[in-house]
Design a protein around this ligand. Structure first.
Ligand code: PGA
Length: 660
């Protein structure tokens, strides 16, 4: 799959996963109580015991819906990409396992993935979760593809605001009633038609099992549903769990009903002794009717809750926390119905409270990021236009900024001869190259890094205005009895200015660890050499999507003890090991993506200014034919060239890529 296609695919994957998680988190947050009933069912299946005071199902419901929503936002905005990919995969694995168990054992009816919003069969749930798992695996393999929509320094705000928003929204849904009623008993539902259908084409899911009995087990359903006058129903699934604090309010609502001549009943699934207890302690005079516990929990998500019926139709519902004010005798049932219809507006307002600040923060953070970047570029350079820039002068601020900062950074093409060339061959090559570059001045810095034996002979013949000299290695010891080693001071004494350290061949064949390299870097810098420090992942690491992790560790392992001042003398060379000497170049996009990541890491450690000024070369099968495309990328500042540096014409061809 080409880089471009992969990018598009991963964006789509992220969008699908993000939207799915946001939807499933949000609809559960609309009705956390409903979701807690589902969790209760799951806990009963595994026979989990928990103390009553903990209300584990409800706590779990709130935590799960908040986590899903936050994860969805992270996915959508490309935040904390690695963490998000791992979390998404973990969640998808768990959900898939649960759905396999659902298909095999059918322990609960309806999985509850989307709360009460969408009801899926076990098979549909499994298919959905397997698809999501596949997408999560794809994302896990390429977590870094998406660029975060919010710059790093601002992400904490987005996280905090999202967590607070969804948590408060959950609490609101619990305190009042769900703003969207996903169940049958929504305001406006014709309960009479649902219980005693007159149309033959009524759908099975529309038929209600609403049934109420009086304490003598006489069916009172029809009497309630066929009444033309308003009827108030206090709905208290279990009186022993109902908040008794509202008993007084219920009593005044009961008085108001009596004054108006309306019926009022309390519907409960409690045993008679609990009903008596309630009446005794709360002076309740309203009559009680018995109904199914689950039915009552479904009718109103509050214990107790209140429902107004007129002509068999549900006219309004209230939670225990916002019972209607009826102290004033002039209040009539029309006023109680008037509040209906506001839910849509309230929901919109709540969503805007989230979306507007988020949009603002996304825009503001990006504007500030661009401004800070361009503020660091001297004015002179801001107006400077390379021929390439002038082609794109109408582009966005971002691309101009990128090009300008790139203009500021030193562009360097360095040759790495490795273990090639006798002394005579090397001297001849250096001479040829020197002449070529003196005659046709390069548009970038050029360095040749040669075996030790060439250094002293080549150094005096180079015109250092166009061609500089470097070694391919130096010792990790200052001096002394280290037979065969060459110290940094010795390299410097030849007239060389650079040294390559951390090359993958030295790491792999000579066991150079980050610690050893740290010593070498320190000694090289202490002796006034500039370091070309190589980093890069092997093929298996790239295939496992670990390239960023590997490169970050290499940087940290050898360079992070340096001061910003010392680091100014380090050039980085990103060389994917699978591309070195294999003819298999990383694509320009792959190189750019990694270079941008490296710059970001450097910014974290040494600050944005140092990062902007750091030269990052690309190395690995770089040739005259691909150099131009690679160097055109905003974060690629040159190349470290192996094979192609052994022929003056090829090397010159790469150097000239900066001229076009
Ligand atoms: P290559 O080597 O250009 O021959 O792939 C690059 C390097 O090892 O620095």
């Amino acid at each position: 799959m080409s880089d471009r296609v992969l990018k598009i695919v991963i964006h789509v994957v992220r969008l699908i996963l993000g939207c799915t998680f946001i939807l499933s988190g949000f609809v559960k947050a609309v009705d956390p109580k409903g979701f807690s009933y589902k969790i209760e069912e799951y806990l009963q299946v595994v026979n989990a015991q928990f103390p009553d005071w903990l209300n584990l199902p409800l706590v779990a419901a709130v935590v799960i819906c908040c986590a899903e929503f936050v994860l969805g936002i992270y996915l959508l905005l490309g935040l904390r990409r690695k963490f998000t990919a791992i979390a998404t995969l973990t969640v998808c694995v768990v959900f898939t396992i649960i759905s396999v168990l659902l298909v095999i054992f059918h322990p609960v009816h309806d999985c509850g993935c989307f709360g009460e919003f969408i009801s899926l069969t076990d098979a549909q749930t499994l298919i959905k979760n397997v698809i999501l798992l596949g997408l999560a695996i794809m994302l896990m393999r390429n977590p870094q593809v998406a660029k975060p929509l919010v710059p790093e320094g601002w992400q904490w705000f987005v996280s905090l605001y999202t967590c607070v928003f969804i948590f408060v929204f959950c609490l609101r849904s619990l305190y009042y009633l769900p703003l969207i009623d996903f169940r049958q008993y929504k305001v406006g539902a014709d309960l009479r038609e649902m219980v005693f259908p007159t149309h033959e084409d009524i759908k099975p899911e529309e038929i209600s099992d609403f049934m109420v009995l009086d304490t003598l087990s006489e069916d009172q359903t029809a009497q309630i549903l066929f009444k033309k006058e308003p009827t108030m129903l206090i709905i208290a699934p279990l009186l022993s769990e109902a908040s008794a604090g509202v008993a007084e309010r219920l009593a005044s609502i009961s008085d108001w009903c009596n004054d108006k001549g309306y019926d009022i009943y309390c519907l409960t699934a409690s045993p008679l002794k609990d009903i008596r207890k309630w009446c005794y302690y709360n002076d309740a005079e309203y009559p009680f009717l018995i109904a199914d516990h689950t039915l009552l929990k479904t009718m109103v998500r509050s214990n107790p809750g209140l429902m107004l019926l007129r002509d068999g139709v549900i006219r309004n519902k209230w939670s225990a926390n916002n019972l209607p004010e009826v102290e004033d005798a002039s209040v009539d049932e029309k006023q109680l119905e008037a509040a209906v219809g506001n839910n849509g507006k309230i929901l919109l307002k709540i969503l805007l409270w989230y979306l507007l600040p988020m949009l603002l923060i996304i825009m503001l953070s990006n504007i500030i990021r661009r401004k800070t970047k361009s503020a660091k570029i001297p004015k002179v350079i801001k107006t400077l236009k390379t021929p390439k820039d002038s082609n794109t002068s109408n582009n966005s601020i971002n691309s101009i900024t990128t090009k300008n900062t790139k203009t500021m950074r030193k562009k360097i093409v360095a040759g790495n001869w490795k273990m090639n060339m006798t002394l005579q061959e090397g001297v001849a090559l250096a001479k040829e190259l020197n002449e070529l570059l003196a005659a046709d001045k390069p548009n970038c810095g050029v360095v040749i890094c040669t075996p030790f034996i060439h250094l002293a002979s080549i150094a005096p013949m180079l015109d250092t205005n166009v061609l500089k000299l470097g070694a391919e290695n130096c010792a990790d010891k200052e001096k002394g009895a280290y037979t065969g080693e060459v110290s940094a001071a010795m390299v410097k004494s030849t007239g060389a200015e650079y040294v390559i350290l951390g090359h993958s061949e030295r790491r792999a064949y000579y066991g150079e660890t980050p610690e050893i390299l740290k010593e070498k870097v320190n000694l090289a810098l202490a002796n006034g050499l500039k370091v070309i420090f190589c980093i890069g992942e092997v093929l298996e690491e790239r295939e496992a999507g670990k390239q960023n992790e590997v490169v970050a560790a290499q940087l940290k392992g050898s360079l992070y003890d340096l001061t910003a001042e010392q680091f100014a003398n380090v050039v980085l060379a990103y060389e994917p090991v699978w591309a070195i000497g294999t003819g298999k170049t990383a694509t320009a996009d792959q190189a750019e993506e990694m270079h941008a990541f490296i710059r970001q890491e450097i910014a974290k450690q040494f600050g944005p200014e140092v990062a902007e000024n750091t030269t990052i070369q690309y190395g690995g099968s770089c040739k005259p034919s691909n150099a131009k495309e690679l160097f055109a990328k905003p974060d690629v500042d040159g190349g470290l060239i192996g094979g192609a540096s052994l022929k003056a014409a090829d090397f010159k061809g790469i150097i000239d890529a900066w001229k076009e």
